[in-house]
Design a protein around this ligand. Structure first.
Ligand code: GTP
Ligand code: MG
Length: 199
């Protein structure tokens, strides 16, 4: 798939303020703060439409972008950022979880995992929560330009081991780097081949 047009639609503070679902297939990008969600969205859309920052906690609302007048790409706030207050963190989690579990046109969640970091309890908890709620997801290992291929493999295996503690089948994964432009084709293929899953 080629991304020909990208249009920012709106930032929403809650699911009831999100754009109407209208049978438009939707894909959300989630993960720890600073993992590279907004940068990946810019890379995928060949634009600078999503706000990025080296300070964690930049994205704080549910941001809808319409791609090719056909599907929504959603940039979500990161989780697990220690410097926002516990109350704010909890409310982000609550609204992100509400959005993820209730949004009817959501086809896949792309869960970003920083390839440099060993499996973290918060990521595993989040993926377990997605599994328990039957929300389909694909893992994306981000920032792969920062690590050599041997260590990427090592990290992927570590994650596999961690997930096997609670999963029988391991959800698929894609290697990516927004900086070195790796992973775009596989992510867009995944989107292209699943758009017809909309009910
Ligand atoms: P929040 O909105 O705060 O949750 O963060 P985010 O996940 O959207 O991360 P963002 O895209 O803003 O990127 C965070 C930092 O990581 C920025 O300094 C980016 O330049 C850097 N970064 C993002 N992707 C990559 C990558 O593929 N490689 C490298 N080396 N750095 C990256
Ligand atoms: Mg962001």
């Amino acid at each position: 798939m080629k991304v020909s047009t990208v249009q920012f639609i709106q930032s929403s503070p809650s699911i009831d303020k999100c754009p109407e679902e209208k049978k438009i297939p939707e894909y959300a990008f989630v993960g720890r703060s600073n993992v590279g969600k907004s940068s990946l969205i810019n890379y995928l859309t060949n634009s600078k439409i999503a706000k990025t920052s080296s300070n964690p906690g930049k994205t704080q609302l549910i941001n809808h972008f319409l791609i090719n007048n056909e599907w929504y790409l959603v940039d979500l706030p990161g989780y697990g950022y220690a410097k926002v207050s516990k109350k704010t963190r909890a409310s982000f989690n609550a609204f992100t979880k509400k959005y993820l579990s209730e949004r009817k046109n959501l086809i896949y969640v792309f869960v970003l995992i920083d390839v440099r970091i060993k499996p973290q309890a918060i990521d595993l908890l989040f993926m377990n929560w997605l599994g328990e709620n039957k929300i389909p997801f694909v893992r994306i290992f981000s920032k792969c330009d920062k690590v050599n291929s041997i260590n990427i493999k090592k990290r992927v295996l570590e994650h596999r081991e961690s997930l096997l503690k609670s999963w029988e089948e391991i959800p698929e994964y894609i290697i990516s780097s927004s900086k070195s432009k790796i992973g775009k084709d596989l992510i867009l293929e995944k989107i292209e081949s699943s758009k017809n899953l909309i009910i």
